[in-house]
Write a protein that binds this ligand. Structure first.
Ligand SMILES: C[S@@+](CC[C@H](N)C(=O)[O-])C[C@H]1O[C@@H](n2cnc3c(N)ncnc32)[C@H](O)[C@@H]1O
Length: 431
């Protein structure tokens, strides 16, 4: 079926063993403030940077997520532009990339917040998410009253204290973000939020919520701030200035032509997961969205990798493989659980094609792009994302240097009778 001279897939699964998952970063300094599940690890980015020739580099990650590429690059003294559409994830990146923290100031801030919390029992925030707390017409709700009030009182204390110390707002919001689920009635479960067992009987006390927040600030966050303080002296690179919040398909225009040497990125996978859903609680409680209109706007800006938006008509990129797979998916129309599945699949590759086209002009000739993707399957039809990107990249005159097999991912129990595993790869392109 491959109409082009396909690149051989090389097995890197041993080299990349444990590298592809952000789980590895979970306990590492700074990353532990808000552990990211859907990213690659620091070691993965380090290994790619170490493959490059010595010399000054400019990096780019259009899908920043938790900011792994930008953060590792900064630690190595390398400039890195990055884009992230989710205002909450972007806040996580800013907090992690921040270098102007002073432990003495942070200790004073925690003291002030602690004092405020010992007095403040009110706030004026109204959270518009329908299921946020108990209402007459609801069978389930995300927070019991005391928990929600306590968390919002912490937000109020942060807002007050950061009027004087604005550079700590991101780090404090992210720390608050990191305890939001713990005191909610749900857990994050893949794409969705799932109610905890006996959630209706589990009441979290105000005192526990406050002390959990303060304790986290005093331990892991403060320890890491001390570390950042020590390291910042001899590293002048500040990637926070090169981080932009918004849609990479538009922001890419702001990058100077022929200026990028290295792209290390992982676009959302074509798995119909909407990151807006995964972080709905953080987005609403921290005030990144204030209405359903804000949520819709945010979803529209995301890559077409999910079906939370009606994507409408589509034009296919020039790929015979994609055309073939889409036609096979269309044969299963009666099994579609959402009518937007075909336009999502087509739209996903249109978005990647547009981005690769823009990247071609932003990259220096000879620049390398490392793109981490995974294949997907719909109704037993495997969509070989890596091969389709290869075909698109060939059409755009990239040289496809390598496709590295990173690992094989087991499919979900619903899919496993038709497709047992899917390939996760790193496509290496040369501009
Ligand atoms: C797989 S994650 C990237 C993880 C990242 N490599 C890390 O290690 O944390 C993909 C990210 O792309 C973001 N995203 C989706 N659509 C986007 C768009 N149009 N522009 C910028 N970012 C987008 C998602 O919010 C998500 O955080």
């Amino acid at each position: 079926m491959l109409s082009f001279n396909a690149t051989r897939i090389t097995d890197w699964s041993e080299d990349y063993l444990n590298f592809m998952s952000a789980h590895r970063n979970k306990k590492e300094a700074v990353n532990r403030w808000f552990p990211i599940l859907e990213g690659f690890s620091n070691s993965f980015v380090q290994s790619i940077i170490h493959e490059q020739k010595l010399g000054e580099l400019t990096c780019l990650d259009p899908f920043s997520g938790g900011g792994t590429t930008s953060l590792v690059a900064q630690d190595l003294g390398i400039k890195c532009h990055s884009f992230e559409v989710s205002p909450f994830m972007s806040q996580v990146c800013r907090a992690k990339l921040g270098k102007s923290y002073k432990s003495v100031e942070f200790i004073e801030i925690i003291d002030r917040i602690e004092t405020m919390l010992s007095k403040c029992q009110t706030h004026n925030y109204k959270i518009g998410l329908k299921t946020i707390s108990k209402k007459n017409n609801l069978k389930k709700w995300l927070y019991h009253k005391t928990a929600l009030d306590s968390l919002l009182c912490i937000r109020r204390a942060i807002d007050e204290v950061t009027e004087v110390f604005p550079q700590y707002k991101d780090i404090l919001y992210v720390t608050l973000g990191s305890i939001l689920l713990q005191f909610s009635n749900v857990n994050r479960d893949g794409k969705a939020l799932k109610y905890k067992e006996n959630w209706d009987k589990k009441i979290y006390r105000r005192k526990l919520i406050y002390s959990t927040f303060i304790e986290k600030c005093k331990t892991s966050v403060l320890d890491d701030i001390l570390n950042v303080e020590r390291k910042s002296y001899d590293n002048l690179v500040n990637n926070i200035e090169l981080l932009k919040t918004g849609d990479c398909r538009e922001l890419i225009d702001q990058i100077e032509n022929s200026s990028v040497d290295l792209v290390i990125t992982s676009p959302p996978y074509l798995n119909s997961r909407d990151y807006t859903d995964s972080h709905m609680i953080e987005l609403w409680i921290l005030g990144h969205v204030n209405s359903y209109e804000d949520v819709r706007f945010l979803r529209r800006q995301t890559m077409r990798s999910h079906v939370q938006v009606k994507w409408g008509q589509y034009v296919l990129p020039n790929s015979m493989l994609l055309e073939d797979r889409l036609n096979k998916v269309l044969l299963h129309k009666e099994r579609f659980w959402n009518s937007s599945i075909p336009s999502m699949i087509a739209g996903y590759f249109c978005d990647l094609e547009d981005l690769l086209l823009s990247l071609k002009s932003k990259c220096k000739s000879g620049a390398l792009l490392y793109i981490n993707v995974a294949n997907s399957s719909y109704f037993g039809v495997v969509i070989e994302t890596d091969r389709i990107i290869e075909e698109i990249a060939n059409n755009l005159n990239y040289k496809v240097l390598e496709i590295r097999l990173a690992r094989k991912i087991k499919t979900s129990s619903q899919q496993s009778s038709e497709v047992k595993w899917l390939r996760e790869t790193v496509i290496v392109l040369q501009a």
